[in-house]
Design a protein around this ligand. Structure first.
Ligand SMILES: [Fe+2]
Length: 338
Protein backbone atom coordinates (compact mmCIF):
# COMPACT_ATOMS: atom_id res chain seq x y z
CA UNK A 1 0.00 0.00 0.00
CA UNK A 2 1.31 3.45 -0.76
CA UNK A 3 2.22 6.06 1.82
CA UNK A 4 4.10 9.33 1.98
CA UNK A 5 7.60 9.68 3.25
CA UNK A 6 9.06 11.14 6.41
CA UNK A 7 12.61 11.95 7.35
CA UNK A 8 14.64 9.14 8.80
CA UNK A 9 14.94 10.85 12.17
CA UNK A 10 11.14 10.81 12.33
CA UNK A 11 11.08 7.13 11.42
CA UNK A 12 13.51 6.28 14.20
CA UNK A 13 11.40 8.33 16.59
CA UNK A 14 8.35 6.31 15.60
CA UNK A 15 10.25 3.10 16.16
CA UNK A 16 11.33 4.19 19.60
CA UNK A 17 7.86 5.37 20.53
CA UNK A 18 6.52 1.87 20.14
CA UNK A 19 9.36 0.19 21.99
CA UNK A 20 8.33 -1.37 25.30
CA UNK A 21 11.50 -2.94 26.62
CA UNK A 22 10.30 -4.82 29.67
CA UNK A 23 7.32 -6.54 31.09
CA UNK A 24 6.39 -8.04 34.40
CA UNK A 25 6.59 -11.77 34.31
CA UNK A 26 6.31 -14.06 37.30
CA UNK A 27 7.37 -11.32 39.68
CA UNK A 28 10.64 -10.57 37.89
CA UNK A 29 11.36 -8.07 35.18
CA UNK A 30 12.36 -9.79 31.98
CA UNK A 31 12.55 -8.58 28.43
CA UNK A 32 9.89 -10.27 26.36
CA UNK A 33 9.89 -7.58 23.72
CA UNK A 34 9.73 -8.92 20.17
CA UNK A 35 12.27 -7.84 17.56
CA UNK A 36 11.51 -8.86 14.01
CA UNK A 37 14.06 -11.41 12.84
CA UNK A 38 12.98 -13.37 9.75
CA UNK A 39 10.20 -14.91 7.72
CA UNK A 40 9.90 -18.56 6.73
CA UNK A 41 8.68 -19.14 3.20
CA UNK A 42 7.68 -22.62 2.04
CA UNK A 43 8.60 -23.61 -1.49
CA UNK A 44 8.13 -26.69 -3.64
CA UNK A 45 11.77 -26.75 -4.80
CA UNK A 46 14.52 -25.29 -2.64
CA UNK A 47 17.08 -24.90 -5.40
CA UNK A 48 14.65 -23.19 -7.75
CA UNK A 49 13.43 -20.99 -4.89
CA UNK A 50 16.95 -20.07 -3.87
CA UNK A 51 17.85 -19.16 -7.45
CA UNK A 52 14.72 -17.02 -7.77
CA UNK A 53 15.44 -14.98 -4.66
CA UNK A 54 19.11 -14.63 -5.53
CA UNK A 55 17.98 -13.20 -8.86
CA UNK A 56 15.83 -10.75 -6.88
CA UNK A 57 18.96 -9.65 -5.03
CA UNK A 58 19.14 -11.91 -1.98
CA UNK A 59 22.38 -13.66 -0.99
CA UNK A 60 22.72 -17.14 0.44
CA UNK A 61 23.81 -17.26 4.06
CA UNK A 62 25.45 -20.60 4.69
CA UNK A 63 24.72 -23.95 3.12
CA UNK A 64 21.34 -25.72 2.86
CA UNK A 65 20.58 -27.88 5.88
CA UNK A 66 17.87 -30.26 6.91
CA UNK A 67 15.70 -29.88 9.95
CA UNK A 68 12.40 -31.10 11.27
CA UNK A 69 9.07 -29.73 12.39
CA UNK A 70 7.46 -31.92 15.00
CA UNK A 71 3.82 -31.93 15.99
CA UNK A 72 1.65 -33.83 18.41
CA UNK A 73 1.46 -36.82 16.07
CA UNK A 74 3.49 -35.82 13.03
CA UNK A 75 6.96 -34.93 11.83
CA UNK A 76 7.98 -33.02 8.73
CA UNK A 77 11.53 -32.96 7.42
CA UNK A 78 12.47 -29.72 5.73
CA UNK A 79 15.42 -28.65 3.63
CA UNK A 80 16.31 -25.06 4.44
CA UNK A 81 18.35 -22.31 2.84
CA UNK A 82 18.76 -18.99 4.60
CA UNK A 83 19.01 -15.93 2.35
CA UNK A 84 19.52 -12.28 3.19
CA UNK A 85 18.78 -8.99 1.53
CA UNK A 86 20.50 -6.31 3.60
CA UNK A 87 19.34 -7.04 7.11
CA UNK A 88 16.22 -8.91 6.01
CA UNK A 89 16.46 -12.66 6.61
CA UNK A 90 14.49 -15.15 4.56
CA UNK A 91 14.39 -18.81 5.52
CA UNK A 92 13.34 -20.85 2.50
CA UNK A 93 12.08 -24.29 3.41
CA UNK A 94 11.07 -27.22 1.26
CA UNK A 95 9.18 -30.03 2.97
CA UNK A 96 10.76 -33.32 1.86
CA UNK A 97 8.92 -36.03 3.80
CA UNK A 98 6.50 -36.69 6.60
CA UNK A 99 3.23 -35.00 7.49
CA UNK A 100 2.30 -31.97 9.50
CA UNK A 101 1.67 -28.27 9.49
CA UNK A 102 4.04 -27.02 6.75
CA UNK A 103 2.63 -29.60 4.34
CA UNK A 104 -0.95 -28.75 5.36
CA UNK A 105 -0.13 -25.08 4.72
CA UNK A 106 1.08 -25.82 1.20
CA UNK A 107 -1.97 -27.92 0.40
CA UNK A 108 -4.23 -25.03 1.40
CA UNK A 109 -2.24 -22.05 0.11
CA UNK A 110 0.49 -23.28 -2.18
CA UNK A 111 3.90 -21.74 -1.63
CA UNK A 112 4.07 -18.82 0.76
CA UNK A 113 5.11 -17.31 4.05
CA UNK A 114 3.77 -19.31 6.95
CA UNK A 115 5.90 -18.05 9.82
CA UNK A 116 7.20 -14.71 11.07
CA UNK A 117 10.07 -15.01 13.55
CA UNK A 118 10.92 -12.57 16.33
CA UNK A 119 13.98 -12.49 18.55
CA UNK A 120 13.39 -12.29 22.29
CA UNK A 121 15.85 -12.18 25.17
CA UNK A 122 14.09 -14.86 27.21
CA UNK A 123 12.39 -17.49 25.06
CA UNK A 124 10.87 -19.33 27.98
CA UNK A 125 9.29 -16.21 29.49
CA UNK A 126 8.10 -14.87 26.15
CA UNK A 127 6.69 -18.26 25.20
CA UNK A 128 4.91 -18.68 28.54
CA UNK A 129 3.36 -15.26 28.08
CA UNK A 130 2.02 -16.33 24.69
CA UNK A 131 0.61 -19.54 26.12
CA UNK A 132 -1.01 -17.57 28.93
CA UNK A 133 -2.68 -15.35 26.32
CA UNK A 134 -4.09 -18.39 24.54
CA UNK A 135 -1.51 -19.06 21.81
CA UNK A 136 -0.21 -22.59 22.47
CA UNK A 137 3.12 -23.98 21.33
CA UNK A 138 2.96 -25.91 18.05
CA UNK A 139 6.61 -26.84 17.86
CA UNK A 140 9.71 -26.05 19.90
CA UNK A 141 13.45 -26.33 19.40
CA UNK A 142 15.85 -26.90 22.29
CA UNK A 143 19.49 -26.07 22.70
CA UNK A 144 22.06 -28.68 23.70
CA UNK A 145 21.52 -27.95 27.40
CA UNK A 146 17.77 -28.51 27.08
CA UNK A 147 16.86 -24.83 27.32
CA UNK A 148 14.46 -23.47 24.72
CA UNK A 149 15.99 -22.05 21.55
CA UNK A 150 12.72 -21.23 19.78
CA UNK A 151 8.99 -21.81 20.14
CA UNK A 152 6.41 -21.68 17.37
CA UNK A 153 2.98 -20.52 18.49
CA UNK A 154 -0.44 -21.17 17.07
CA UNK A 155 -1.49 -17.73 15.85
CA UNK A 156 -3.44 -19.05 12.86
CA UNK A 157 -6.87 -17.86 13.94
CA UNK A 158 -7.41 -15.30 11.17
CA UNK A 159 -4.76 -16.29 8.63
CA UNK A 160 -2.34 -19.22 8.67
CA UNK A 161 0.63 -17.29 10.02
CA UNK A 162 2.61 -18.84 12.84
CA UNK A 163 4.66 -16.64 15.19
CA UNK A 164 8.10 -17.93 16.20
CA UNK A 165 9.89 -16.55 19.25
CA UNK A 166 13.53 -17.43 19.45
CA UNK A 167 16.95 -16.74 20.78
CA UNK A 168 18.17 -15.50 17.43
CA UNK A 169 21.31 -13.46 17.02
CA UNK A 170 19.48 -10.35 18.16
CA UNK A 171 20.59 -8.11 15.32
CA UNK A 172 17.85 -5.54 14.87
CA UNK A 173 16.14 -6.17 11.55
CA UNK A 174 14.01 -3.07 11.47
CA UNK A 175 14.73 0.57 12.11
CA UNK A 176 18.44 0.38 12.72
CA UNK A 177 19.06 -0.73 9.17
CA UNK A 178 18.28 2.41 7.21
CA UNK A 179 21.65 2.41 5.49
CA UNK A 180 21.03 -0.84 3.68
CA UNK A 181 19.71 -0.78 0.14
CA UNK A 182 16.34 -2.24 1.08
CA UNK A 183 14.72 -1.68 4.46
CA UNK A 184 11.66 -3.71 5.38
CA UNK A 185 8.72 -1.59 6.26
CA UNK A 186 5.83 -4.00 6.38
CA UNK A 187 4.35 -7.33 5.38
CA UNK A 188 0.98 -7.13 3.63
CA UNK A 189 -1.63 -9.65 4.77
CA UNK A 190 -4.83 -10.45 2.89
CA UNK A 191 -7.69 -11.26 5.26
CA UNK A 192 -11.39 -11.97 4.81
CA UNK A 193 -12.55 -9.96 7.84
CA UNK A 194 -10.42 -6.97 8.68
CA UNK A 195 -12.18 -6.14 11.93
CA UNK A 196 -11.69 -9.64 13.29
CA UNK A 197 -8.09 -9.62 12.07
CA UNK A 198 -7.42 -6.27 13.74
CA UNK A 199 -8.80 -7.53 17.04
CA UNK A 200 -6.71 -10.66 16.77
CA UNK A 201 -3.42 -8.86 16.18
CA UNK A 202 -4.24 -6.37 18.92
CA UNK A 203 -4.57 -9.37 21.23
CA UNK A 204 -1.02 -10.30 20.18
CA UNK A 205 0.20 -6.90 21.33
CA UNK A 206 0.07 -4.96 18.08
CA UNK A 207 -1.07 -1.31 18.16
CA UNK A 208 -3.14 0.34 15.45
CA UNK A 209 -1.25 2.98 13.46
CA UNK A 210 -3.86 3.52 10.77
CA UNK A 211 -7.43 2.44 11.62
CA UNK A 212 -9.45 0.82 8.83
CA UNK A 213 -9.74 2.98 5.71
CA UNK A 214 -11.34 2.13 2.38
CA UNK A 215 -9.41 2.73 -0.82
CA UNK A 216 -11.26 3.58 -4.04
CA UNK A 217 -10.25 3.41 -7.66
CA UNK A 218 -9.01 6.82 -8.89
CA UNK A 219 -12.31 7.50 -10.71
CA UNK A 220 -14.29 6.59 -7.56
CA UNK A 221 -16.22 3.91 -9.46
CA UNK A 222 -15.00 1.03 -7.29
CA UNK A 223 -14.18 0.35 -3.69
CA UNK A 224 -10.98 -1.71 -3.93
CA UNK A 225 -10.16 -2.76 -0.39
CA UNK A 226 -10.25 -1.86 3.28
CA UNK A 227 -6.98 -1.79 5.09
CA UNK A 228 -5.39 -0.95 8.39
CA UNK A 229 -1.86 -0.90 9.77
CA UNK A 230 -0.70 -2.39 13.04
CA UNK A 231 2.74 -2.14 14.61
CA UNK A 232 4.65 -4.02 17.29
CA UNK A 233 8.04 -2.62 18.19
CA UNK A 234 8.71 -1.32 14.68
CA UNK A 235 7.37 -4.37 12.84
CA UNK A 236 4.27 -3.68 10.79
CA UNK A 237 1.46 -5.81 9.44
CA UNK A 238 -0.71 -4.19 6.78
CA UNK A 239 -4.07 -5.94 6.90
CA UNK A 240 -6.14 -5.78 3.73
CA UNK A 241 -9.67 -7.02 3.14
CA UNK A 242 -10.39 -7.01 -0.59
CA UNK A 243 -13.71 -5.56 -1.73
CA UNK A 244 -13.14 -5.76 -5.48
CA UNK A 245 -12.91 -9.49 -6.20
CA UNK A 246 -11.18 -8.86 -9.51
CA UNK A 247 -8.35 -6.88 -7.95
CA UNK A 248 -4.92 -8.34 -7.25
CA UNK A 249 -5.89 -8.66 -3.60
CA UNK A 250 -9.29 -10.19 -4.33
CA UNK A 251 -7.66 -12.80 -6.56
CA UNK A 252 -5.17 -13.66 -3.82
CA UNK A 253 -7.94 -14.18 -1.29
CA UNK A 254 -9.92 -16.36 -3.69
CA UNK A 255 -7.07 -18.47 -5.01
CA UNK A 256 -4.64 -18.58 -2.07
CA UNK A 257 -7.08 -18.38 0.86
CA UNK A 258 -5.46 -15.22 2.19
CA UNK A 259 -2.14 -14.72 3.93
CA UNK A 260 0.96 -12.63 3.27
CA UNK A 261 0.89 -11.45 -0.34
CA UNK A 262 3.63 -8.82 -0.38
CA UNK A 263 6.64 -7.49 1.41
CA UNK A 264 7.36 -3.80 1.21
CA UNK A 265 10.81 -2.22 1.37
CA UNK A 266 12.01 1.37 1.48
CA UNK A 267 14.81 2.13 -0.96
CA UNK A 268 17.11 5.11 -1.31
CA UNK A 269 16.57 5.66 -5.02
CA UNK A 270 13.54 4.01 -6.56
CA UNK A 271 14.43 5.11 -10.09
CA UNK A 272 17.69 3.14 -9.95
CA UNK A 273 16.06 0.15 -8.23
CA UNK A 274 13.25 0.23 -10.78
CA UNK A 275 15.68 0.05 -13.71
CA UNK A 276 17.41 -2.90 -12.03
CA UNK A 277 14.16 -4.74 -11.36
CA UNK A 278 12.91 -4.27 -14.90
CA UNK A 279 16.28 -5.31 -16.36
CA UNK A 280 16.00 -8.52 -14.33
CA UNK A 281 12.60 -9.20 -15.85
CA UNK A 282 10.37 -8.36 -12.88
CA UNK A 283 7.31 -6.64 -14.31
CA UNK A 284 5.75 -3.73 -12.48
CA UNK A 285 2.10 -4.45 -11.68
CA UNK A 286 1.31 -1.07 -10.16
CA UNK A 287 3.22 2.20 -10.41
CA UNK A 288 2.47 5.20 -8.21
CA UNK A 289 3.94 8.59 -9.02
CA UNK A 290 3.94 11.64 -6.78
CA UNK A 291 3.03 15.16 -7.80
CA UNK A 292 6.58 15.73 -9.10
CA UNK A 293 6.05 12.75 -11.43
CA UNK A 294 8.87 10.85 -9.78
CA UNK A 295 8.33 7.21 -8.85
CA UNK A 296 6.83 6.89 -5.37
CA UNK A 297 5.99 3.22 -5.11
CA UNK A 298 6.08 0.26 -7.45
CA UNK A 299 4.77 -3.27 -7.01
CA UNK A 300 6.67 -5.96 -8.93
CA UNK A 301 5.41 -9.37 -9.82
CA UNK A 302 7.95 -11.53 -8.03
CA UNK A 303 5.38 -14.23 -7.28
CA UNK A 304 6.79 -16.88 -9.60
CA UNK A 305 8.18 -18.50 -6.46
CA UNK A 306 6.56 -18.11 -3.06
CA UNK A 307 3.43 -16.19 -4.14
CA UNK A 308 5.01 -13.04 -2.78
CA UNK A 309 4.90 -9.67 -4.51
CA UNK A 310 7.64 -7.13 -3.90
CA UNK A 311 6.82 -3.49 -3.26
CA UNK A 312 9.54 -0.84 -3.31
CA UNK A 313 8.98 2.76 -2.36
CA UNK A 314 11.15 5.82 -2.29
CA UNK A 315 12.36 7.15 1.03
CA UNK A 316 11.91 5.83 4.50
CA UNK A 317 8.88 5.39 6.68
CA UNK A 318 5.40 6.67 6.09
CA UNK A 319 3.88 4.91 9.05
CA UNK A 320 1.66 7.53 10.56
CA UNK A 321 -1.96 8.16 9.79
CA UNK A 322 -1.13 11.64 8.46
CA UNK A 323 1.62 10.42 6.15
CA UNK A 324 -0.52 7.59 4.89
CA UNK A 325 -3.33 9.96 3.97
CA UNK A 326 -0.95 12.51 2.47
CA UNK A 327 0.64 9.91 0.24
CA UNK A 328 -2.65 8.45 -0.94
CA UNK A 329 -3.86 11.90 -1.90
CA UNK A 330 -0.53 12.69 -3.58
CA UNK A 331 -0.81 9.70 -5.89
CA UNK A 332 -4.50 10.22 -6.55
CA UNK A 333 -6.12 7.37 -4.61
CA UNK A 334 -9.39 8.42 -2.96
CA UNK A 335 -9.78 7.11 0.59
CA UNK A 336 -12.55 7.04 3.13
CA UNK A 337 -12.43 6.26 6.85
CA UNK A 338 -13.89 2.91 7.88
FE1 LIG B 1 1.66 -2.66 1.37
Amino acid sequence: MPYGTVERSRWLFIQMSFSVPNDDYGGKKVCIEWRFDHVILLVEDLEQGSNHFQHLGFSCAGEPREQSWSGPSSMVSLKEQVLRKGSFALRLQQPVRGAGLPIEFMKKHGEGIYCVGFAVDDVSAASNEMVRKGFPVLHSVEKGDGALLATYHDTREVVDIVVALGEYDGTPRVGATVDTAWTLEHLGVIVSDIHRAREFYESLGFAVVVPPVTLFSPDLSKRILTECLLIKNGFVFELMEPIDEGSLWGEFLRHKNGGINHWSFAVNNLDIEHDTMVAKGFCPTSIARGTCDSLSEVYYDTSLVGNIQTCLYNGSSRLTFENTMRFLIDIGIPVQKG
